[in-house]
Design a protein around this ligand. Structure first.
Ligand SMILES: [Fe+2]
Length: 265
């Protein structure tokens, strides 16, 4: 089973630029073309939050139009830039979303791997929180078909990465999540967005990775006093392939067209 992960497209109303500078809509459209050009095609496409930049219904209208070009089923979670009710109204047909509260869901009908959408956002805040209610919901979800290979998708990573302006906005309460996931070895990955960079680390007995954004990259700076910055680095997506007996292999795929192919020996 082949699963592409796009993240943090920060879609804006048609014709408007992200932060007044960057055409995030065109960059997302390029990411969609890249996904559609993969051979074989993915069985499923994930978008790990910050679907739109401002939470407005008008932006979700643009997002729906751009996402409709993806030639595979799409499931997506909200991020801190999304607005839950507008998100629910716009994408309620993509998954069995609850009518109120956090937008948790289980997507199990796309192949052998199930994806759990886990909403750790806090309305009006940039950081995320794992509270008891969220952990209890996840425990119940994981206990059903506990042996089934599972990807857990959440927006804010529960990490202290050493990049100060990212760590302030992490998902708090990660130690509870780590101990919970450690009880479910079929969790192949914890997949996050939010940080607009690729990172991976051990977490709760599995692997956690964060996806790059389809638009700007948040600066990699490891000094405690580093000021927040972002750059227009080459955007990228992640491609997760699951095989029976192997589990999941994650590929980092730059978005764009590049010179080649060349031979090698
Ligand atoms: Fe973002």
């Amino acid at each position: 089973m082949l699963i592409a992960q796009l993240s943090d497209p920060h879609i804006r109303p048609f014709g408007m630029l992200y932060q007044g500078l960057i055409d995030s809509n065109a960059m997302f459209a390029a990411a969609v073309r890249q996904v559609n050009g993969l051979d074989p095609r993915p069985d499923l496409v994930l978008i790990s939050g910050d679907i739109v930049d401002d939470g407005a219904l008008q932006s979700y209208g643009t997002a729906k139009a751009l996402i409709a070009d993806i030639q595979a089923p799409v499931i997506l979670i909200p991020g801190n830039h999304d607005e839950r009710d507008a998100f629910r109204r716009s994408f309620g047909d993509n998954a069995d979303l609850p009518n109120s509260g956090p937008l948790h869901f289980v997507a199990g009908n796309y192949g052998p791997v199930r994806v759990i959408g886990f909403d750790v956002t806090v309305p009006g805040q940039h950081h995320g929180v794992l509270d008891d209610a969220a952990c209890n919901w996840l425990d119940r979800a994981l206990s059903v078909e506990a042996d089934r290979p599972t990807l857990l998708m959440m927006h804010q990573p529960p990490l202290v990465a050493g990049i100060p302006y990212l760590d302030d906005y992490r998902c708090f309460g990660g130690e509870h999540l780590a101990s919970l996931i450690a009880r479910y070895p079929a969790v192949e990955r914890v997949l996050c967005g939010h940080v607009h960079r690729f990172m991976q680390c051990r977490f709760g007995g599995t692997i956690l990775c964060t996806a790059p954004s389809t638009t700007t990259a948040i600066a990699l700076q490891l000094r405690d006093d580093a000021p927040p910055k972002s750059y227009l680095e080459p955007p990228a997506l992640l491609l997760h392939q699951w095989r029976q007996g192997t589990g999941v292999i994650t590929h980092f795929v730059p978005i764009g067209s590049f010179r080649g192919p060349f031979g090698f020996a």
